[in-house]
Every structure is written in structure tokens, then in C-alpha cells.
Design a protein around this ligand. Structure first.
Ligand code: NAD
Ligand code: UDX
Length: 463
């Protein structure tokens, strides 16, 4: 089948960049990204590509090149479904906040809505691609909805999980480590797989395109995220032991990373991992394991989350303890709010939890982040429902200038590893602060000797 029209439901952090790259690399395919969120779609259509809703290095250029040529953003979901041969589902699958599986299972209501809408609208055969991260065996549910509520047309369901990381999304999409496509073993299933392989083959070499059965593909995505997060929790666990023993976690990470069986990546100790994926996907994995009665498997993976929560709490506790056991009415400057550098995404960012703890201790938080708006920060805190929204408004101060956010502060906490933080005039910052001037480096990015020479009391993670 020659593919000329693709649609993607969900114009978020995955749908937007993924489709932009497909459109750029496949000028012969018309790619339409649809979303219910009108504000988001109009931001994607903003003439000035600086205003597209997602900040990712390089994304604005790709959107500028393809948009209006063969890349379209729209709220007309039915029309896009009707016209497309391949429909990607890239909607959010957050942790359930109600009912059975609350706080653990993935909430599949948006996925089901998409399946029902596709079934209602489709009048010709379609390939439906799971791009969202889903519990293993979700394809079965999607197929059942499509086949029983559809118009008698044929549907093939593929699993094609996305492995991009935020902040490097464009690079990851242009040169992926692998593309994973799971499909039915039937002849029709294999044809559908081939159609999607042909799309990716426009820029990805064949040996990097892996095809499997649907269940392996669905489960591989949860497994990859669990393994990645586990490395961070493992090094963070060692960071606490390093602090007690005089070992330095950066040196330990380097030493073990040179073992080719371990490898050097994803061994950076930190204030704790954030982002929309790791916690959600591991909780989902734990829930799935429990639902099959695999309690040891569930407990094993749950420790990754327990360790991460501990690491975030340990960071805020240490700030309070070091500041003479009280931060009440003290100004604590936060450098960074995003969950990692080069993104404006704040979902599950460690900064939110550290701020929440410190506000409980009546601290005033003065935040500077180059890409995150005040509105987002306050919303993030409100989402925790720890206190009234007005109190969050009163406890958070935001600055467009890092030097102002640090002025008169009792301490600085580095929550995100933005490159620009390293090159600040730290002498100037020191001069403007209360003394002793403390720096709690939750990302281990600053130079200890240099800061101590200026006069700071400097504490890193794991040394
Ligand atoms: P997101 O919240 O940024 O975007 C999802 C979009 O889907 C929203 O704009 C929402 O309005 C839209 N939507 C929901 N239901 C809809 C419907 N019925 N019709 C039309 N639009 C609808 O989420 P995201 O970060 O892009 O993640 C999407 C999926 O991809 C999730 O399953 C996530 O686990 C997975 N994933 C995310 C990342 C990442 O880095 N963010 C990486 C890999 C995989
Ligand atoms: C992750 C996966 O990497 C990606 O493959 C998947 O598709 C989505 O989830 P993302 O959450 O965007 O991507 O970013 P990632 O680079 O994995 O970082 C996640 C969190 O871990 C961040 O808070 C980051 O700061 C933290 N981290 C990462 C560490 O603390 N130490 C490390 O060594 C690496």
C-alpha cells in the first residue's frame, strides 16, 4: 500500500515533534496533526515559530519548513481520520486519579475515546498505530472496540512506541537508536507493518527498524523506561552512601561506566528524575505485574519509585537542616523548574516537590527558569493540592533575571541543569546574598573549588 496521508491524534510533546519530522522527511506524505485543544493547535499554527507550544531545540526550523507544505495542525479530528490511511494515536495516558488502580494504572479513557471516534468515522480500511505508551495488551481492547463499533471496514493495529527524550527530541527522531514496530503475524498484519516500515525507511536505515509481535512491542516501551529510571535510582542510592563515606558519586559513576557492560550513560546522580514518563510508566508496570499476581516483580520495580521519592525529600530536608533547621520567611532561590534542561516541560519535575516541602516550612521560593512561565509553576503546585491556591501564589516569586532571583537569598538550589547556570557571574551572585551563602547543587553542575573560593557553602549530591 502506498501511503500518502497520515493523521495523528494528539498534538503534544510526542505527536507534534514526531509528525513534524515525518513530514520533513517524507514530502510526498500529507501529515495532519489534530487535537481537541484549540489553544494548542492555534499555537502550532502561529506564524512566528518561536511561539509553537513545545520548546525543543531545532523544532521551530523543521515546523517552518514543512508546515503548510505537507504538515498541517487542525482541530477537525473527524476529517483527518476520514482521509488518512494511517492514524497514529498519540494522546496522553496519565496515571489514573480515581477508581480502581488509582495512583498506579494508566488512564486509558483518552485512548478509548480515540478508538470509538475512529470506528465511527472510518469508511475505508485503516492502519491504527499506538504511539502513546500503553499497558501490554491494550491493542486487544482497541481492536475489540474498532471491530464491534465500526462500519465494517478492516483495521490493523500496530504498536510503534516512541523513545524520544525531551530536550533532544529532534535529534532522537532524526537519528533514532531503533524504531520498534509490533503487529499481527497474519498476512494483513505483516502488510500493515511493511507500510509503516516504508514510512520510516525514508530516513532510518533498515537495520535500525525492528519488527516484533504487538505484545513485545508494547511491553518493550515500559521495560525500556523502567531500566533507564532504575539506573538513575541506583546511582542516586549510591549518592547517599557516598555522602556518608567520603566517596564521590561522580568518580564512582565514571569508574563503573567505563565497564563496557555497564556503559557511561544515565549514571548522573541528581535531585531525582522527573518527566511525564518514568514514574507513570513504572507505576503502570507495577500495577500490571500485581494484576497477574506477580508480587515480587511488582515490588522489585516499585523500589525505583520509592528511591526517587526519597532522593527528592532528602534534598529538601537537607536544605532545612543546613539552614539551622528553619527556612521560615527565608528566601530560597531556585535555578530551574523544568524537569531537565532544554525543555519547557515541568511534569513531575523534582523542583515541584522540593518547593512543596519548603513552602510547608514557610520558605519563600524565588524561581528563575529560562523557559517555564510563572503560571505553569503555580499550576504545578496547585495540582498537588497541598494548600490553597492563593497560598501557592503568595509563596512563589518568579524572576526574568537570575541575578534578581538570587538577590538577598539565604540559599540557592539548582533544580535543572540548564547550561547557562554554569557561566553566571557567581561572585556577583555571592555579593548580593545573605551570609553564609549556601548553594545546594541538585545537578552537580557547578565547580566546588571555584564556589568555595568565592565564599559559598557548597553542597553537591553524592560527595
Ligand atoms: P501531551 O499531554 O503533551 O499530549 C497529548 C495531547 O492529546 C493533548 O494535547 C490532548 O489535548 C490530546 N488529546 C487527548 N485526547 C484527545 C482526543 N480524544 N482527541 C484529540 N486530542 C486528544 O502528551 P505527550 O507527552 O505527547 O504523551 C503522549 C503519549 O506518548 C503518552 O502515552 C506518553 O506516555 C507517551 N510518550 C511521551 C514521551 C514524552 O517525552 N513526553 C515520550 C515517549 C512516549
Ligand atoms: C524518557 C526516556 O529517556 C525516553 O526514551 C522516553 O521516550 C520518555 O522518557 P525524558 O523523560 O524526556 O525521556 O528525559 P530523560 O532524559 O530520560 O530524563 C528523565 C529524568 O531523569 C530527568 O529529570 C533527568 O534530569 C533525569 N536524569 C537523567 C538523571 O537524573 N540522571 C541521568 O543520568 C539521566
Amino acid at each position: 500500500m502506498k501511503i500518502t496521508k497520515i493523521c495523528c491524534i494528539g498534538a503534544g510533546y510526542v505527536g507534534g515533534p514526531t509528525m513534524a519530522v515525518i513530514a520533513q522527511k517524507c514530502p510526498h506524505i500529507q501529515v495532519t496533526v489534530v487535537d481537541l485543544n484549540e489553544e494548542r493547535i492555534s499555537a502550532w499554527n502561529d506564524e512566528n515559530t518561536d511561539n509553537i507550544p513545545i520548546y525543543e531545540p531545532g523544532l521551530d526550523t523543521i515546523v517552518a519548513e514543512a508546515r503548510g507544505r505537507n504538515l498541517f495542525f487542525s482541530t477537525e479530528v473527524d476529517k483527518a481520520i476520514d482521509e488518512a490511511q494511517i492514524i497514529f494515536i498519540s494522546v496522553n495516558t496519565p496515571t489514573k486519579t480515581y477508581g480502581k488502580g488509582k495512583g498506579m494504572a494508566a488512564d486509558l479513557k483518552y485512548i478509548e475515546l480515540c478508538a470509538r471516534q475512529i470506528a465511527r468515522v472510518a469508511k475505508s480500511n485503516k492502519i491504527v498505530v499506538e504511539k502513546s505508551t500503553l499497558p501490554v495488551r491494550t491493542a486487544e481492547a482497541i481492536k475489540s472496540i474498532l471491530d464491534t463499533t465500526g462500519n465494517g471496514v478492516q483495521f490493523q493495529i500496530l504498536s510503534n512506541p516512541e523513545f524520544l527524550a525531551e530536550g533532544t527530541a529532534v535529534q532522537d527522531l532524526l537519528s533514532p537508536d531503533r524504531i520498534l514496530i509490533g503487529g499481527d503475524t497474519t498476512e494483513e498484519g505483516q502488510k500493515a507493518i511493511q507500510a509503516l516500515v516504508d514510512v520510516y525507511s525514508n530516513w532510518v536505515s533498515p537495520e535500525k527498524i525492528l519488527t516484533t509481535n504487538v505484545w513485545s512491542s508494547e511491553l518493550s516501551k515500559l521495560t525500556a523506561n523502567a531500566f533507564l529510571a532504575q539506573r538513575i535510582s541506583s546511582i542516586n542510592a549510591m549518592s547517599e552512601l557516598c555522602e556518608k563515606t567520603g566517596a564521590d558519586v561522580n568518580e564512582v559513576a565514571r569508574a563503573i561506566g567505563m565497564d563496557s557492560r555497564i556503559g557511561p550513560k544515565f549514571l548522573k546522580a541528581s535531585v531525582g528524575f522527573g518527566g511525564s514518563c518514568f514514574q507513570k510508566d513504572i507505576l503502570n508496570l507495577v500495577y500490571i505485574a500485581k494484576s497477574y499476581g506477580l508480587n515480587e516483580v511488582a515490588d522489585y520495580w516499585e523500589q525505583v519509585i520509592i528511591m526517587n521519592d526519597h532522593q527528592k525529600r532528602r534534598f529538601s530536608n537537607n536544605i532545612v537542616q543546613t539552614l539551622y533547621n528553619t527556612v521560615a520567611d527565608k528566601k530560597i532561590a531556585f535555578l530551574g523548574w523544568a524537569f531537565k534542561k532544554d525543555t519547557n516541560d515541568t511534569r513531575e519535575s523534582a523542583a515541584i516537590y522540593v518547593a512543596d516541602d519548603l513552602i510547608n516550612e514557610q520558605a519563600k521560593i524565588a524561581v528563575y527558569d529560562p523557559k517555564v512561565s510563572r503560571k505553569k509553576m503555580v499550576n504545578d503546585l496547585n495540582y498537588l493540592e497541598t494548600r490553597a491556591a492563593e497560598e501557592n501564589e503568595r509563596s512563589i516569586f518568579t524572576f526574568e533575571n537570575p541575578y534578581l532571583s538570587c538577590e538577598n537569598a539565604h540559599a540557592i538550589a539548582i533544580l535543572t541543569e540548564w547550561d547557562e547556570f554554569v557561566n553566571y557571574d557567581w561572585q556577583r551572585i555571592y555579593d548580593g546574598m545573605q551570609k553564609p551563602a549556601f548553594v545546594f547543587d541538585g545537578r552537580n553542575i557547578l565547580n566546588k573549588e571555584k564556589l568555595e573560593a568565592i565564599g559559598f557553602v557548597y553542597q553537591a549530591i553524592g560527595s
